[in-house]
Design a protein around this ligand. Sequence first.
Ligand SMILES: *Cc1c(COP(=O)(O)O)cnc(C)c1O
Length: 426
Amino acid sequence: MSDRLPGFSTLAVHAGAQPDPTTGARATPIYQTTSFVFNDADHAASLFGLQSFGNIYTRIGNPTNAVLEERVAALEGGTAALAVASGHAAQVVVMQQLLQPGDEFIAARKLYGGSINQFTHSFKSFGWNVVWADSDDIASFERAVTPRTKAIFIESIANPGGSITDIEAISTVARKAGVPLIVDNTLASPYLIRPIDHGADIVVHSLTKFLGGHGNSIGGVIVDAGTFDWSKAGKYPMLSEPRPEYHGIKLHETFGNFAFAIACRVLGLRDLGPALSPFNAFLILTGIETLPLRMQKHCDNAKAIAEFLSGHPAVSSVSYAGLSSDKYNQLARKYSPKGAGAVFTFSLKGGYDAGVSLVSNLKLFSHLANVGDTRSLVIHPASTTHSQLDDAAKVKSGAGPDVVRLSIGIEDKEDLIADLEQALSA
Ligand SMILES: *Cc1c(COP(=O)(O)O)cnc(C)c1O
């Protein structure tokens, strides 16, 4: 064991966890407590001054959450991670460390609908300006760079169409611009793609989806790759300048290759407050133990269903990178060789009305706004998640009126195909 590096499935079960030192409990206990007793006054002072690490108050950290953080950092190959209350909270906390009012970040246009909203409206009200680029046109990222650009944000497998992003090409643009590349790895999970291996500096997840995997808990996580030099250009004062509330320490100078994760915790989580409940952390940890088994089944089922739909007369097109005819198949073979994920879209010849009717006629698929559940899910993005966009923007983000999005679960594929068959012919 000692001279071997543990494999992915071993890390998914064990990373970050030990039998509880007090009780011997083998499963990670839920430390359902708001606060932690200090050893003495000096201990308290050193914790508050960041001179030593330890538990203070669950808004800033909790031992159950710490196991989750260590586990996701290990699976993604990062130096450290921070668990937060949701995927969206992860995005706010990350951007708060990087952007000052008036700054910009570049984001791929193909994104989760909620992220499009968050970037366009809420972030704008903080003075953080999104500039859109097109992942199919790498030069569009280069053209979008200005002296105020502070980050580039992409999804590894992009919502809703399941397209695969050329992470390495966009990472080259980020390097040249001297800004970190942030990758939302929610739809791939580290089982399929590890963005840090391809040049990402920060990885974010909605733990709500495949990592938790059971549709029972909202959560998010930020992973620090430890790769970015925050002090080099003076562009990231939160990390490179003295912090008045911590006796003037400079976070990057003090914490080195995990300074970004520390900043997210001691500035972002402390001040913005989106702490993850330890109970949710426990459920998500339990989910992660079976991530490799689930992800493979999700992908195998999704491929079979994408093939079935491609041959169906009511279907005009299927957008699934795992199909050899798909535009993104080459990228899928490079970045995601074990499978192209389980979230994809297809278009119906009958347009908007056929989309609405299909979601009403499916029985085994649940009609709801989520992905990455053990259960199979369906939604018509144009009338729901992407309804706030105008028609042109809907089409551009892969959510045109005739498009239906599926998130394939881990049921028997024959039952899922039978359900689609009956609903398509209804
Ligand atoms: C769901 C999702 C989010 C937002 O996560 P929440 O946990 O719902 O806040 C962000 N990105 C992607 C790709 C998602 O699927």
